[in-house]
Design a protein around this ligand. Structure first.
Ligand SMILES: Cc1cc2nc3c(=O)[nH]c(=O)nc-3n(C[C@H](O)[C@H](O)[C@H](O)COP(=O)(O)O)c2cc1C
Length: 443
């Protein structure tokens, strides 16, 4: 038996990622904009020795169906992620701090600067989740009516990434000499301008901040389409996977890792973290009861809205207790392909009623109800079965379920020798076992 170490990330949602989580959470009601509360959640994750504290994001509110969205805290009230992480950097010491920022809405210079600053402020703990975004709410805040087509967004993302990476190498590591005697603040020979003119971006300049503790912040991605996987194979160091079962997890893992060679990369230079949500109990039955109680609390409006958004089809007029007609499935997804495929598969294969479908659908992850032993067994099965290098954990009710995990599952993982008992490194790269990239200009 191997003792590969499990890596853990927390997909942080203030009151939990279950649509009914906020109804049961013991977090303050204003958790979404309460920095003191966020600080306590980050501290809890750090107590659990997580590699990464992660904030997902879309820069938009929902603008329609407000009567439905008003039942769900998820979208319309949240901190800007890099600002939030910069504040949390001062309250934490070890845990990595990752956030989403979209290549469809930022300029590369902004992103390079924001994440370089976060990497300095946190002493080497920053990670950037590159997304191309997947809904038109955000597009409409940035001068567009609609997002550009899926594959075109990735063409832009690739050029965006190349510019950002180049900007992060503006200064060689030892460029800033801070020499009072000779009145030399930096060595101009160790400055390198980015001179880029491409299809989407034109830049002549350098980043006005020295190279960061990690060399470059860690690059994260979560795309699972063909284009997304190729982009990840070329650029990503962490990928959030979203496979509903072991077999598809293994396929995704083998597929993505096999693409790395095309870009001259080693399999271990990219860590695949599988989405996992857990409900811990003294027994499996107790954990299941807690979960089912929560499922029954999903407001039908919210359940149907979540399905409709990910299937890209309006299911709101359909009867709750009859199977969803196969004709409702659009021919192709433009937003989240993995979520779309998951729902379409459930409609086709399981013939579920609308109510059953929204109670069973879990966005891109596996919910596991069980004892600490069962949960550890599951994680080891994925690790040893070649489906994951770690897990992107989300919890239905925060901080409640996160606390259960830290207090009950973490000790079990440690007892089996598959999880750290203390942080051994200081940077996110060190936690994940990723090398620090050399500056392209250094000799
Ligand atoms: C754990 C996880 C976190 C994600 N976070 C975000 C996010 O913050 N913002 C976003 O627009 N998409 C997010 N996504 C969605 C992916 O980036 C999405 O798959 C991608 O935008 C669509 O690309 P694809 O068609 O290549 O799969 C996340 C996905 C996963 C699994």
């Amino acid at each position: 038996m191997s003792n590969r170490q499990i890596h853990l990330g927390l997909l942080a949602q203030p009151q939990g990622d279950h649509p009914a989580g906020w109804l049961k959470s013991r977090a303050p009601l204003d958790a979404a904009t309460n920095i003191d509360y966020y600080r306590s959640v980050a501290a809890l994750a750090e107590q659990g020795l997580f590699d990464l504290f992660f904030i997902a994001d879309t820069p938009a509110t929902r603008t329609d169906n407000l009567h439905v969205h008003s039942r769900n805290p998820e979208y319309n009230n949240r901190f800007e992620p890099v600002t939030l992480l910069s504040a949390l950097a001062g309250f934490t010491k070890h845990i990595g701090l990752g956030a989403t920022a979209s290549t469809s809405f930022y300029e590369p210079y902004n992103i390079a600067r924001l994440f370089a600053s976060l990497d300095h402020i946190s002493h080497g703990r920053a990670g950037w989740n590159i997304v191309t975004s997947a809904n038109d709410y955000a597009a409409r805040n940035y001068g567009l009516d609609k997002l550009p087509p899926h594959d075109e967004r990735y063409v832009k993302a690739r050029e965006f990434y190349q510019v950002v990476e180049s900007l992060w190498d503006t200064w060689e590591d030892d460029a800033f000499v801070y020499e009072r005697e000779s009145c030399t603040y930096y060595d101009p020979a160790k400055y390198h301008v980015t001179d880029h003119e491409g299809k989407y971006f034109k830049i002549y300049g350098g980043l006005n901040i020295r190279r960061t503790p990690q060399g470059r912040p860690v690059i994260i991605q979560a795309g699972s389409s063909e284009t997304g996987k190729n982009f990840a194979a070329e650029t990503a160091e962490v990928v959030f996977a979203s496979d509903p079962n072991l077999a598809s997890g293994q396929r995704f893992y083998a597929d993505l890792k096999s693409r790395l060679a095309d870009f001259g990369r080693e399999p271990d230079s990219l860590k695949i973290m599988a989405g996992l949500s857990v409900m811990v109990g003294e027994s499996e039955a107790e954990a299941q009861d807690k979960y089912q109680e929560l499922q029954r609390m999903i407001h039908p409006d919210v359940g149907i809205m979540r399905l409709s958004a990910d299937l890209e089809a309006d299911l709101s007029g359909l009867p709750l207790d009859e199977p969803v007609p196969i004709e409702m499935i659009p021919t192709k997804a433009n937003f989240h392909q993995a979520y779309f495929n998951q729902i379409a598969g459930m409609i086709r294969e399981q013939k579920l009623t609308l109510r059953q479908l929204y109670s069973a659908y879990e966005r891109g992850k596996v919910t596991l109800c069980g004892t600490p032993q069962q949960i550890t067994d599951h994680m080891m099965e994925w690790m040893e079965g070649g489906a994951a290098d770690g897990f992107m954990m989300s919890f239905h009710i925060v901080p409640d379920d996160l606390a259960d995990f830290v207090q009950k599952v973490v000790p079990e993982m440690q007892r089996r020798g598959v999880y750290r008992s203390a942080y051994t490194g200081n940077t996110l790269r060190e936690h994940l076992g990723l090398t620090r990239p050399a500056n392209r200009h250094s000799r």
